[in-house]
Design a protein around this ligand. Structure first.
Ligand code: PXL
Length: 290
């Protein structure tokens, strides 16, 4: 039987403070009308950018949860993974995808590993190869430019032309996923913009969108982007509309936070803009890359 509400398996960590991973994935996808079933990869006190974070790795627990879900015959309309608690989990998640995927399942892998040219504090170097393998199972992947560089074994570029962006997207798609999306692109022609580009192998088209850069850094914006993208695709939006809605929502969440001072840990005030996701967003920003 079809799920009365589309159901998403969300393979991410639970970080108590700092608004990232499950604490943004669940509210975003719930607001967009989906049932979210967390498959938690780790429990942390905060995300790993805050000094002194604690991390309980749930690698041993994952196969038990998956086995119970299999026994229950649960069906998922989407499987969406992000931060993993150990490199070994990539294989477990790959087997989870193989066991639950049907021809209609949307599989999104956000290869959460790194940003600003550096691996996150808890990431072992083997995670890069493991994420590359896991990404081959996905239709959609959403690396930021640092993660894309690691996956392609290329240096992190300071600036890129549109032709290079297309080459990177094509190379990512050659790893397996039909729709790679790269965020935080340093586009030479749009230095004041936070740019996102995507490729759809099914129709051979490349897309670009973005929003004006706000001079600050927030954690968890990649998780917000990928969650809205997943929800939007599940709602039936085209790839350019989904990436434009996601870019627009991240920008609105940043602007909803930027005016406040005294946020010691740069946490994004997601709840101030969350309800915008329940309405139809204007999507007039995307362009086709020639
Ligand atoms: O936003 C990605 C992310 C998710 N989960 C944890 C993180 C990070 C980024 O730092 O530390 C635990």
């Amino acid at each position: 039987m079809k799920n009365p509400l589309p159901r998403v398996a969300a393979v991410h960590d639970l970080s108590g403070f700092g608004r990232c991973s499950l604490t943004v994935v669940v509210p975003i996808l719930s607001t967009m009308g989906f049932e979210v079933c967390p498959l938690p990869t780790a429990i942390l006190s905060t995300h790993t950018a805050i000094e002194g974070f604690t991390l309980l790795d749930l690698t041993e627990e994952l196969p038990k949860i998956i086995a119970h879900w299999e026994k229950l015959g649960l069906k998922f309309d989407a499987i969406y993974s992000g931060f993993l608690g150990s490199a070994r989990q990539a294989d477990i998640v790959a087997r989870f995808i193989d066991a639950f995927k049907t021809p209609d399942t949307l599989v999104v892998v956000d290869p959460v590993m790194a940003d600003h040219g550096q691996l996150y504090a808890s990431m072992p170097p083997e995670m890069v190869g493991e994420m590359r393998k896991l990404s081959a199972r996905a239709q959609v992947i959403t690396p930021n430019i640092t993660e894309a560089a690691l996956m392609l074994e290329r240096p992190v570029p300071e600036a890129m032309g549109e032709g290079e962006v297309k080459d990177w997207l094509k190379a990512l798609s050659d790893l397996g996923p039909a729709m790679p999306v790269i965020t935080s692109l340093p586009l030479r022609s749009k230095a004041d913009t936070s740019s996102v580009a995507a490729y759809n192998r099914e129709d051979g088209r490349y897309w670009l969108t973005g929003r004006p850069l706000v001079p600050t850094q927030y954690h968890g914006t990649g998780d917000i982007f990928s969650s809205v993208l997943t929800g939007s695709l599940l709602q039936g939006d085209s790839l350019p509309i989904a990436m434009d809605r996601s870019s627009q929502f991240v920008a609105s969440a940043i602007r909803g936070t930027f005016g406040y001072s005294g946020l010691a840990h740069h946490e994004i005030l997601l709840e101030r803009t969350l309800r915008n996701l329940a309405t139809v967003a204007a999507t007039d920003h995307y362009e086709l890359l020639p």
